[in-house]
Design a protein around this ligand. Structure first.
Ligand code: ADP
Length: 434
């Protein structure tokens, strides 16, 4: 745990030392106010101390963890000794700077909280140094003990403070590691689900291809037989009303057959070779129509689908099937919302417009919209209100990622009149110059 604290802030103590080294020599100006005369010894002590700090910073930057610990210990003691030298050159116990000696261990703990040894080393150096000055100045042992007591208290508070700092830093570090681990796991799970989804799509594509083959054969002879029956029936004398009715029945049957063929073809085209798709200059109206054809199968039972996308809209540079996948997601979501809320006259509308240099596609419905708890979490991976058997919670997060890959944005909001609105904005295609 201790090592992670030091590793997490590895270069910081070195940088602090450099900063301190830079301000030390100019601090000589203090002497002008505090001392009766300039002290060369004090000035040189500050310069030597500053150089010492530069060496410390350089060694610290390149050191191993053990070496860094030793350097912090050494620096705690050396800093205090330099300060004691400063006190010595400015009058020993009569120096105006002597009063700050007991605070040095606290300062060491404050400046280098990563290593408690720094405060201890400073405490030991200060106790010994000040003891020597007291004895040199013919002071009493009690006097020396008084100073030692003050230094000891400051060392104690320094140790408590730096311990607290290390505990907080370690907890923060642990939280950071945990967050990174969770994010990595989440990314892995999303990637896995995306893989499963594209595998599923590929399977649907293969299945649709064989279903199409299986359906096309019977469809061909149903069509031929229908034509035969139609010709035979209409050569018979029929009452005009019956003739009209039969015409209608034949027309509807033919439409139904075409629809079956179209649905299977769409399914196949939609899910086939999604991964190998290249980006191209596309008209949004084609993409919308592709998605709408498939979505209409889902939306038929819940409401009306209205498409208001002009073929005049500027082109965009996208992978059309992927954008169709996004639109299909939004349309199916709208269908789910309308069904869930049992909206009597459900309506889903897709419309397009130009906004500055971007072209906009809006999908909106008159369903329940997004509740305040759902709205901020819509694009979170795995967020779903549909239950795990129905929703994966990946539709919107993958959709946003895809749209962003085309340089666009996907945003969601509630309509003022009620219902959800999802807005895709894409940059207008600008052909390369020349
Ligand atoms: P899923 O559809 O698997 O739940 P999505 O990411 O597509 O995942 O959607 C996340 C959630 O957003 C849905 O569970 C639903 O609560 C909400 N949502 C999406 N579209 C709509 C909409 N048109 N109206 C209301 N809620 C919606």
């Amino acid at each position: 745990m201790r090592s992670s604290v030091l590793r997490g802030v590895s270069t910081i103590p070195g940088r602090r030392a450099l900063l301190f080294a830079a301000v030390l020599p100019p601090l000589t100006l203090l002497d002008v106010f505090a001392l009766p005369s300039f002290s060369l010894g004090a000035f040189l002590t500050r310069v030597a101390w500053g150089l010492g700090l530069v060496v410390f910073a350089l060694l610290f930057e390149r050191g191993s963890e053990t070496r860094r610990r030793l350097l912090l210990l050494f620096n705690g003691a050396a800093g205090s000794l330099f300060y004691l030298a400063l006190v010595y050159f400015t009058g020993s116990l009569a120096s105006p700077y002597v009063l700050l000696v007991p605070t040095l261990p606290l300062l060491a703990a404050f400046v280098y909280p990563e290593e408690s040894g720094s405060a201890v080393a400073s405490g030991v150096a200060c106790t010994l140094g000040i003891g020597v000055y007291v004895l040199m100045g013919k002071g009493s042992v009690e006097q020396a003990a008084g100073w030692a007591g003050m230094v000891g208290s400051s060392t104690f508070f320094g140790l408590v403070g730096s311990g607290q700092y290390r505990k907080t830093a370690a907890a923060l570090n642990e939280a950071r590691v945990e967050r990174a681990r969770r994010e990595a796991l989440e990314k892995l799970a999303v990637a896995e689900l995306q893989r499963v989804q594209s595998e599923r799509l590929a399977t649907v594509g293969r299945l649709a291809a064989s279903v199409m083959h299986e359906i096309n054969n019977p469809l061909a002879f149903v069509r031929a037989n229908l034509n035969f029956i139609q010709t035979e029936v209409f050569t018979q004398p029929l009452a005009p009303a019956l003739r009209e009715e039969l015409k209608e029945v034949f027309g509807e049957t033919r439409l139904g057959m075409e629809r079956i063929q179209q649905i299977v073809q769409d399914l196949k085209g939609f899910s086939h070779s999604m991964d190998a798709e290249a980006a191209c200059e596309c008209a949004l109206v084609d993409v919308v129509e592709d998605a709408a054809r498939l979505a209409s199968i889902r939306l038929k039972s819940v409401g009306e689908l209205k498409i208001e996308v002009s073929p005049e809209l500027p082109k965009v540079f996208i992978m059309p099937r992927r954008l169709a996948q996004v639109l299909l997601n939004l349309l199916v979501n709208a269908g789910d919302a309308l069904e869930e809320a049992k909206v009597p006259r459900g309506e889903v509308r897709v419309h397009g417009a130009v906004r500055g240099q971007r072209v906009m596609l809006v999908v909106e419905d008159n369903g329940p919209g997004f509740s305040p708890e759902v709205l901020p979490r819509l694009f979170e991976a795995f967020f779903t209100t549909k239950g795990t058997d129905k929703g994966t919670g990946l539709g919107l997060s993958i959709s946003r990622e895809l749209v962003e890959r085309f340089g666009g944005t996907l945003v969601a909001e509630n309509r003022q009149e009620g219902g959800a609105r999802l807005r895709i904005e894409l940059p207008i295609y600008a052909p390369p110059a020349g």
